[in-house]
Ligand binder design. Sequence first.
Ligand code: SAH
Ligand code: SF4
Ligand code: F3S
Length: 453
Amino acid sequence: MPSVLIKTYGCQMNERDTEQVLSMFLAGGYDITQNEDEADVILINTCSVREKAELKALGKMGLLCARPNAKPWVVYGFMGCMSQSRSNSLFRDIARLDIVTGTHQYHNVYKLCNRLLRNRLAQHITEPIKRGARICAVEHEDGFQNAIKDHLPPSGNCTAFVSIMQGCDMRCSYCIVPSTRGEECSRPMNDILTEAKELVARGVKEITLLGQIVNRYGRDEPIINGRGAFVRLLEALHEIDGLERIRFTSPHPIGFRQDLVNAYTYLPKLCSHIHFPMQSGSDRILKLMLRPYKNEKYLNLCEAMREARPDLAITTDIIVGFPGETHEDYLQTKAAVERIQFDNAFIFQYSPRKDTPAAAMADQICLRVKEERNHDLLECVNRIATARNQALVGTTQTILVEGPSKNNPNRLQGRTSQNKPVIIEGNSAAVGSIVPVTITECTGFTLYANVQQ
Ligand code: SAH
Ligand code: SF4
Ligand code: F3S
């Protein structure tokens, strides 16, 4: 049986898309492998959001294609965001590359790879190939967003991602995503509910809804009894017996209405965590970023949600060193971090992206300043994160046990409703169950706990 390996970079959406592609390979009779020397098809699902992500994927593919003892017929392909943005030109970067497929073509990846592999095997290729097949599929296809619906067969996973929309209609001046993922497009609510019910029937307890601006889901639909389509979707999911936890990522202050704040008061399955990108604490920079709201609106939303759900954990994304960011602007970001007391934050140094307005702005910030701000803010974020975790020591939390701990396979790992990883002693029988624990210790990121008897 042939086998396939997919390496995934980037966001949860890419993880979800990889799963869709793998499920199609499985249905076609392939094995899934993690072993590079074993695989007959090797794909990398790529991210373009920062330059580093692209360099990582290019470097990895270069190494894979240069393996001296690789099977000569192996099919090499890039899929995802970098494929969409760089398309054909990738064949110039890596001569041995066979296939490049874009973000609206995931459902065709299996067909293209399988056909090429079967041809090569039928030709009994024994010498390494010098130049790839150069198949490029990056066109838009109507209805592609409904093609992302298959999950991998049950493997004990009690959590799952569900893509509820694709693309993004905002034009944040730094961001490449609108050009790699195309126009915003929501899936029909019934399809999402059917998918969720199937997952629950297979043992899934926690679902994370995915969208670039997830709260804009179904924004053309009417508001009914004060509730927009996104909140109505949350309510409908909440009704599913056996589904214990609902998460979503990422929300945006635009279209974030009171109905979503209120949802935290009456939907107990909605977890006490929100990843809510702030980007900057300076109104001047937000304006240059083309983020159409003031920082005060963002802060007020955080505070309103904390009022609705007092134990809500808030995490965020922040960009430092955006073109024109002064020390004063940076200090405003830092002040916002102090005010909200984030449970954690991803800090990114601004990375100029192809064909985005910010890349052409004067007043680019030098690397040294970006690094200084990154380092300084990280210290502040880590201090607050550790203090917030320390405040949980001694408390009771409920965790969903997900599987063995990555660092110590003799222990188990789960997550609290606040999305904090928790390590416990125990055996695999507990996987998939929701158990009360007492937190005993913590670091800035991880909690340690005893299971309550
Ligand atoms: N749709 C999400 C963000 C998706 S991209 C939202 O709008 O909230 C994930 C994160 O990458 C962003 O929140 C941003 O902080 C970061 N990012 C995007 N483009 C970037 C760039 N050019 N340089 C550095 N960080 C960037
Ligand atoms: Fe990028 Fe902005 Fe769209 Fe998020 S909302 S994906 S940051 S353009
Ligand atoms: Fe990266 Fe594409 Fe996600 S650019 S962050 S993989 S949408």
